[in-house]
Design a protein around this ligand. Structure first.
Ligand code: CP
Length: 307
């Protein structure tokens, strides 16, 4: 595939052909994940300035499946701590033979300065409150596998939309596949402006639930709040339980990018009802499984075209 940029910073770095190609290859890998000759000898560096369980280790598993070598770097032990710049850090890894880095940061737009002249292939593995493009892409794969056709699917994203990088990427991605995205939560969790091409921001969860084909829950991100949130009131209005989902007029899958606050945005009975096909239940572990295939696809596309 032509034109894949060396920095995957935002969903906006990908055109529709590239999105379809990523989805197609991810499905090929789902059927046959052992691809050890595909990127044999290439090197991935996971460089996480913020903690992660799903993203970091699924990149590593994806790289292993592709025959890559993996260097897991703790940024707090690098010369960044002596004042070395990020650019110099990237150049140094390139000189050591690293081909691609997956980078997580609490800073919005950390990779923006490197997009014009990247020293090596870089992947945004979640930056602050801005974007998490690889999460949105694996969610797209999960939706594609759950639903025979994506067109006109009503995706209801409930929760802390204002502080969510996942919402930032989903609102840019899902409408490109003609899905209708609604953001729902209390006023203080709704963004001031559109994040992408979502149709609606609403506090009216009951009306939104009636139209939804998919519920996508977001974590209440206490670490990013400047004011205290009334959690009990949040749970009462927006918390999702198995009984609540079962009471809807049709079966509906519930997605969550994880990690979740059990008993706040999602309850244990719902998490314990894994989904196997289009039915009511929790699809979060399917998202985790699919993350490996989508990240294999991302690494394959990126390294084929990068400098
Ligand atoms: N979904 C997600 O980004 O999870 P981690 O923070 O565990 O990587």
């Amino acid at each position: 595939m032509t034109g894949f940029k060396a920095v995957l910073d935002s969903i906006e770095d990908l055109n529709l052909n590239q999105l379809h190609s990523l989805l197609h290859l991810a499905k090929v890998f789902k059927d046959n994940p052992s691809q050890i000759n595909r990127l044999k000898g290439k090197r991935l560096c996971t460089f996480f300035l913020e903690n992660s369980t799903r993203t970091k280790f699924s990149f590593q598993v994806a790289a292993q499946n592709l025959g890559m070598h993996i260097l897991d770097v703790d940024p707090s032990k690098t010369s960044l701590q002596k004042g070395e710049s990020l650019l110099e850090t990237f150049r140094t890894f390139r000189a050591q033979g690293i081909d691609v880095m997956a980078i997580r940061s609490s800073e919005d737009g950390l990779l923006l300065p490197f997009k014009d002249k990247p020293p090596l292939a870089l992947i945004n593995a979640g930056d602050g409150k801005r974007e998490h493009p690889t999460q949105a892409l694996l969610d797209l794969l999960t939706l594609d596998l759950l639903f025979p056709k994506l067109k006109n699917l009503n995706v209801l994203i409930i929760g802390d939309c204002k502080h969510s990088r996942v919402a930032g990427s989903l609102c840019k991605l899902l409408p490109q596949f003609e899905m209708k995205v609604t953001l729902c939560g209390p006023d203080y969790f709704l963004p001031d402006n559109k994040l992408g091409k979502e149709e609606l921001h609403t506090t009216d969860i009951e009306s939104a639930l009636k139209k939804a084909d998919v519920i996508y829950l977001l974590r209440v991100q206490k670490e990013r709040h400047s004011n205290a949130v009334d959690i009990n009131s949040y749970i009462k209005t927006f918390g999702m339980t198995l009984d609540r989902v079962n009471s809807l007029a049709r079966p509906i899958p519930v997605l969550h990018p994880g990690p979740f606050n059990m008993g706040i945005e999602i309850d244990e009975a719902l998490v314990e009802k894994p989904i196997s096909k289009l039915e009511t239940g929790y699809a979060g572990y399917k998202q985790v499984e699919n993350s490996v295939y989508m990240r294999m696809s991302i690494l394959s596309h990126l390294l084929k075209e990068s400098p």
